[in-house]
Design a protein around this ligand. Sequence first.
Ligand code: HEM
Length: 403
Amino acid sequence: MAMSEQIQQCPVSHTDYRSTTAPAGHYDLLDREREASRYHFSDTTERGFWMLTRYDDVLKGFQNPDTFTNDVTSALNPERGIDLLPQQLGGEEHARLRRVVNPYFSPAAVRRMEPFATARCVELIEELRPLGRCDFVAEFAIRYPTDVFLDLLGLPTSDGAFFVPWVEDVFGGIFTGDAERARSASANITDYFDARVRERRRNPLDPAVDLVSRLVQARRGADEEPLTHDEILTVCLTLTMAGLDTTRSALGYMFWHLARHDDDRATLIGDPDAVPAAVEEFIRLYPLVIQAGREVSRPVELDGLRLDAGEVVWLGIGSANRDPRKFPEPGTFRLGRKGVNQHLGFGAGPHRCLGMHLARVELAIVLREWHRRIPHYRIASDAPLVERGSQLTLMSLPLEWDA
Ligand code: HEM
């Protein structure tokens, strides 16, 4: 069947998921499309893309990386424009680089950071507590993961003071289409890492605990080839891009939810042991990476959909996590939900999120430490809140409490 003939049978979506909405507005759009049809063809980008919307289809997409390749990683931005490592690699090449970086993000490595991550979290909360109010997104949610990330890389957290605005500019630039702002901020970040990597070449630390030293010393493949300097910088920039905006966003949704649901907040205050399960349910309920893109490598027939080599596919994380076929009453926060850890909020298959253990621990620490110190808070403004499109985040979240 020719592509155009097939599109006539498969609804064409004109929904531009890059647009801003009210909080959780993108999920309403995704719910509507998933229930209208199993597949859609979106004409909102130059290349267009086929949308897989149901849990089982999306999971299969993630699990077949030979057919659905990472030559494209975002359906909304298939040309990418910047290098991402290890994301853009496939097969054995990808596995080799993952083996280099995985140990620094393993559950054991993350446990080693927990004391620092907890102490830093408490410090930041204590700075805010007497003020009685803050913009949670701008004043806490981006600062905290940045400081933990710098510490993980063996870099001084005081660098967060200038690093945070660069990170803001990269994302602000990418998602508002201000390419120049994004380019100059990512150049600053790359220069920063360039100096740090050169320093580690001169004075290597223990590669068992220092990621930058390990990247410098790592060898791959049969020829024991080192990573090039540019590749190392790309890994550092990718981690920055993948780890900070996402964690900030997850924190924003969790606190937006808890500020409006006293019952769920009371449960977490009363039972801190429930926090890890709550984190998992929050990641399912508010998936901020709503899609992963893939490129089709060979003609393939799904159940009722034929795809050609070179076409772009949208693996709909945001629709799969709220698919009622998989998760009953999917729009409800249900602590202890059966099978919650099968959500696709961190992806699946070989590209499953490298930083998921770190993210889970960071989110859990914040839930515990914040509610110990500021158990009751509310949204401080009647002004409408804004949800960014593409990779979702609340742009601000003004909170207030009795200081
Ligand atoms: C709540 C926070 C986070 C969420 C929801 C999230 C989500 C995701 C998702 C959905 C993917 C899969 C993308 C794909 O298959 O194309 C992914 C990959 C990735 N994530 Fe995360 N992430 C989070 C935090 C982090 C953190 C803290 C780091 C590191 C500091 C990180 C680093 C990465 C990297 C490097 C990849 C690419 C892995 C690969 O291609 O092998 N992420 N993440």
